[in-house]
Design a protein around this ligand. Sequence first.
Ligand code: ADP
Ligand code: MG
Length: 644
Amino acid sequence: EPPAEKFEYQAEVSRLMDLIVHSLYSNKEVFLRELISNASDALDKLRYLSVTEPGLLKDAVDLDIRIQADKDNGIITITDSGIGMTRQELVDCLGTIAQSGTAKFLKSLKDSKEAGADNNLIGQFGVGFYSAFLVSDKVIVSSKSPKSDKQYVWEGEANASSYSIREETDTEKLLPRGTRLTLYLKRDDKGFAHPERVQKLVKNYSQFVSFPIYTWEEKGFTKEIEVDEDPSEAKKDGEDGKAEDPSEAKKDGEDGKAEKKKKTKTVVEKYWDWELTNETKPIWLRTPKEVTTGEYNEFYKKTFNEYLDPLASSHFTTEGEVEFRSILFVPAVAPSGKDDIINPKTKNIKLYVKRVFISDDFDGELASGGPFPRYLSFVKGVVDSNDLPLNVSREILQESRIVRIMRKRLVRKAFDMILGISMSENREDYEKFWENFGKHLKIGCIEDRENHKRIAPLLRFFSSQSEEEMISLDEYVENMKPEQKDIYFIASDNLTSARNTPFLEKLVEKEFEVLFLVEPIDEVAIQNLKSYKEKNFVDISKEDLDLGLFPSTSSGRKDRNYLQIPPLIGDRAVCITLCDKNEEKEKEIKQEFAQTCDWIKKRLGEKVASVQISSRLSTSPCVLVSGKFGWSANMERLMRAQSM
Ligand code: ADP
Ligand code: MG
């Protein structure tokens, strides 16, 4: 027999085990959820590979998870017929941390400590294999990969810095394929080894696992046996009245002549057998009407390792040309990390073909076969298609007409779902959404012309008349003055400088609302939209701003002519201001100030494109504007920032 080889854990593993044990001591039961989810992952991997390599299934076709609880000895075994692990994989997977779930756990632990969250919250995260040591003194993992003809045994103990690996030599323990975990429970945790306790945990934590989970339980059936009647016995039976069959007794009474009376007795025969413990029908196959919000939320949290309920969900089936089912979710929090929009690497959409899990690895991009354009890659969900081939590849996903149609529908549904949040009575929901994903939608304005109509109503901005609460473009349009043709905006670094810009004066006077675009991306987004409900977006800082020839409403104002000399770069114009737009007066003033303008232009030289008389201000003496075709000051800032 080859000897066991000893290995040291990677330093992080020891630290992680320590952390898990200390932060989850009050929530130990999560160990079962973690181990079942690993078994389910292993089955998913096998099922996926077997599509192209049916030989993988040959030794055992059943894909299931079996849990045995031995309460007398405090031992739980969990067996799956999944992909298994080779010797090297045992080392790589169970001796080092490179895994997503555990990495996420470490981060969440840090975050939740900072936020003062309790341990229950932490318990919602995937903490992985090592959670077995929450309840076990010793864990044995015996695993057989189809890649190897040998089965190997990993053995580790709580609070140890090393583990061992040996070959499985006990022929009784050989598996056709897959993994068996044996947990030797700690003295105080032996209670977990009760079959009923295990069943309760499975029902509670693993109802969305799509493979059958069987638990080993004691069953009984009743059976009738014939016994000789003994008068004293009969009396006893009669007293407790349970075992006697009345019809039988009557019959006996009728032919009461027999010397030795026969009678039957019902006994309970006990035996042990597997019991199917979970509901394996995927939630997306159920009728939406029959699924509660609570169930959707649970499904979401379990499937995506989230700890907050989603902001919204949408469950739908499409039939006809292309048939698929899907549940989509909008998360309540934005993903961490700055590059998420630009370079999304999410595992947010899980693609199934005829219930077989295919992939969740699309980098959130259409280009890599993903279902969403990257600006919508924050949407999470499952998509199950009946029309795609099981051996679908990335290339097929990119080319397929079916996928193109699916994408269109998914995008539309995603927008409907977001629109639903925006129409919710609870305004806070959409504020939360906007805070997290507003930037994504603005990128959508730039990258997805085709969906401008869907994106635009979802945008939100501060405005000159609403600095506290953001408004929608619909609200803006509703609030437009009858004589107002355009949607006005000013781009600025922040609300304060937007509020104080001289460009606003005339518009405020006319009570025209002006959108305050304070994020660098806002202006680009708006420029891409060009118009909303046939109203153009107009930058009030541009040279040719035309507010129309309307008589001023305020009376008693003096004519004041101002000029101002702001030295700046670019194709700017200096405007000298007129108060009222009165053509004759304007001509007059233009003549009068022609020389002054020339003089200013000479002094400023190349710094400005021209110096003009203007009617756009009311109290400020003058203003520096952008050329009709030039960049606005804000854009210029943006471009400069980007080229640095
Ligand atoms: P995660 O599941 O997030 O990857 P875990 O700590 O739960 O992290 O598991 C680590 C790795 O060990 C898994 O990614 C998988 O490769 C391997 N593994 C764990 N359990 C099993 C199993 N039952 N069958 C096959 N591989 C497993
Ligand atoms: Mg896991």
